[in-house]
Design a protein around this ligand. Sequence first.
Ligand code: FEO
Length: 172
Amino acid sequence: MKDLLRTSTSLVEGIENILNLQAKIESDASNKYLAMAAWLDRNGYANTASYLYKQAEEEREHFLKVFKYITDMGGIAVTPSVPEVQQEFASFREVFEIALQNEIAVTQSINKVIAKCRAENDYATEDFMMWYVAEQREEEKNARRALELFELINGNEADGKFQLDVQISKIG
Ligand code: FEO
């Protein structure tokens, strides 16, 4: 019976694979934010650290949402391996430059999933992935705003760093 349920899935192998890859990317994103939050915490940026701890939790939710979708569709969700992530950063600003680069990479991988859905006529998964499209639009905007704040506030002065820590944590 179990085999019958699994073979009757409408999730084709190519979609299942690319969704498992997306699940891994979201899981990695969570770990990357966690390392950034820890770096900020130990360098005195307590407010921004809290902001990125929350972001790490959100990425974990993004991961679980894809993971559960694969299972719900009768596919095999693969628990992702945990690679090493960057633990040290050259500066406060570099954390957010890397965060924006990471978010852009996630957006590109989501676009690839949707392109695959269209190639395979998998409209259910395309519909599911639209939630991620909207979420990424917001996350990229927030990451860009953080970098804008570095331009607006002088982060080299002690007071500037303090202001940046407060203002970035209010984004979103
Ligand atoms: Fe879920 Fe920001 O990638």
